[in-house]
Ligand binder design. Structure first.
Ligand SMILES: CC(C)(COP(=O)(O)OP(=O)(O)OC[C@H]1O[C@@H](n2cnc3c(N)ncnc32)[C@H](O)[C@@H]1OP(=O)(O)O)[C@@H](O)C(=O)NCCC(=O)NCCS
Length: 171
């Protein structure tokens, strides 16, 4: 992942309300930003008919450096694997401190595409041959239309198009 050329999936200014007893940014706050960024990336791997994704697992989170009040917390999320109903993402977290980019955290997070009842549904693929909208639950929905809104997500879509569809269902 090249943070110099990519736009972050999410970017948020860290505020005094987000601090722990040490005065640094609380790990749980960083986790919530990681979760949001991973979900945005995961949505880009889903057929537009998929209404939502839910977090099923955070496999690895490493807090390498503290984040300070005033830092811009940038999360760069990419899809690394697409299963039948699950999407695995990797998230790099960078603190932008007055223009200095500091790698502070990284994580892997897994999401599952679910229907309105919260049950897993096939992820599908945006460019999968034969994935007609009318074949999918919730067809005609605008859900997933945020795909490609960030530079990060368009890169993720490319990755999925190259490898994700072929791997789909191989788990
Ligand atoms: C996510 C959820 C719908 C999955 O239901 P489930 O009955 O376990 O579904 P399945 O066993 O069919 O697994 C679905 C997919 O998740 C994957 N999965 C399940 N548990 C996993 C885990 N611990 N780690 C990684 N992947 C996992 C499975 O491998 C499967 O992937 P695949 O279809 O690509 O092969 C259910 O566990 C749930 O509702 N969890 C709560 C979600 C939540 O509230 N998250 C926090 C707020 S968003």
């Amino acid at each position: 992942m090249n943070e110099q050329t990519m736009r972050p999936t999410t970017a948020t200014v860290m505020m005094p309300r987000d601090t722990n007893a040490m005065g640094n940014i609380f790990g749980g706050v960083i986790l919530s930003h990681i979760d949001l960024a991973g979900a945005v990336a995961a949505r880009t791997a889903c057929n537009k008919a998929v209404l939502r994704v839910v977090t099923v697992a955070m496999d690895k989170v490493v807090f390498k450096k503290p984040v300070l009040v005033g830092d811009v917390l940038e999360c760069y999320a990419e899809v690394v694997r697409v299963g039948k109903t699950s999407i695995t993402t990797h998230i790099e977290v960078i603190a932008d401190r007055n223009g200095r980019k500091i790698r502070v955290t990284e994580a892997d997070a897994v999401y599952v595409a679910v229907n309105a009842k919260g049950r897993p549904v096939p992820v599908g693929c945006n460019d999968q041959p034969g994935s007609k909208k009318e074949d999918q639950p919730g067809s005609g929905s605008k859900a997933g239309s945020q795909s490609g809104k960030t530079a990060g997500s368009s890169i993720q879509s490319g990755r999925v198009a190259k490898g994700g569809c072929r791997k789909s269902g191989s788990r």
